[in-house]
Design a protein around this ligand. Sequence first.
Ligand SMILES: Cc1cc2nc3c(=O)[nH]c(=O)nc-3n(C[C@H](O)[C@H](O)[C@H](O)COP(=O)(O)O)c2cc1C
Length: 364
Amino acid sequence: MKIGNVQVNNKLFLAPMAGVTDVGFRAIASFFGAEITYTEMVSAKGLIYGKGKALSNSVNSKFLKENPKFAQNKSAWLLLNEQNDKIKAVQIFGSDSKFMAKACEDELLDDFDIIDINMGCPAPKIIKNGEGSALMENLDLAQEIIVSCCKVSKRPVTVKFRKGFKQDNAVLFAKMCEQAGASAITIHARLMTQGYSGVVDYETIKKVKECVSIPVFGSGDVKDKESLKKMLETNVDGVLIGRASFGNLEIFKQLNEFVKNAEPVSMVSFVTKDNFFSDVLTQDDLKNLENNEKYVKYICAKKHISILRKYFSESYIVKYMRKHMLWYAGCFKNPLLKQEIAKSENLDYSLKILKELILSDKQS
Ligand SMILES: Cc1cc2nc3c(=O)[nH]c(=O)nc-3n(C[C@H](O)[C@H](O)[C@H](O)COP(=O)(O)O)c2cc1C
């Protein structure tokens, strides 16, 4: 499959998620087999107006000195990339076509292969500005934005939207996106009013797939082989995985093996390929991983922190990583150790507790 001129070889992608899909998370997802990784949504106005505004002390000072263009923009930290990422997509949002087009040309986006436009966010503070899913009620403006972005972007422009705002207009919206020049679309088949509740409407995804000839990707509730199978039965060309990846990035390995009907590769063989984990892996880790594949969560947490340390200050990472550490610890029992992680002020201590938690292996 091709998205514009970008060759896509795999069907599973990491969904854009605000506050989650940071540079480390995306790099690890990519290593485990996410063919496309999306940044969280980035405000087009923030990109333009953020110019000249120094980043706070949350950023690693050595990195800032070496990368002045990042030093000068508040949104820049969302746009960091590791080089191993397969296909890199940046997601932008906004309701002003001039700002959106300007953002597409911004040098901070140079590293990305695809520009995705958010027309699905249900957050009240986004909707009140006519952004995100509010654009599903304003097809003329949505079209103007897509056309403006496609006109200036050297890379394929894609659109992610919902089933509708209050009512289903997904088919009409999908056709509009295609006509406006989008190279692919993603549908999260819930109405804005549903937020993340209720079930995903596979029938709508099917109808959207049938009504356009550009690639269509499905998003919503894929968490295991059964739910992936259901999504693939809609005939979508690709599937985004969101919440099921929290603390569980190895899901991309497992589900890719399922899609390809391939013999599962042992976790030890998998994590030792391409030197990706070499800066964090010890012989002790490999021994523990051999005894328990869930130990990969500790290795991922270590790598996640090691990547973030290149760009951010220790005090920033400690706070930011708390939720991720709890997700990595999620499937293991022992509330006391989890509490320790939740209140830890030290990343190495959190890692030590996570390791202890996994080695005691009181899995639920
Ligand atoms: C914490 C969180 C943040 C999200 N942020 C974004 C975002 O920035 N852009 C976007 O298009 N969708 C966003 N989404 C929606 C997801 O991309 C996805 O469409 C949705 O979660 C359904 O997929 P899932 O069931 O696999 O999680 C977000 C979802 C969550 C849970």
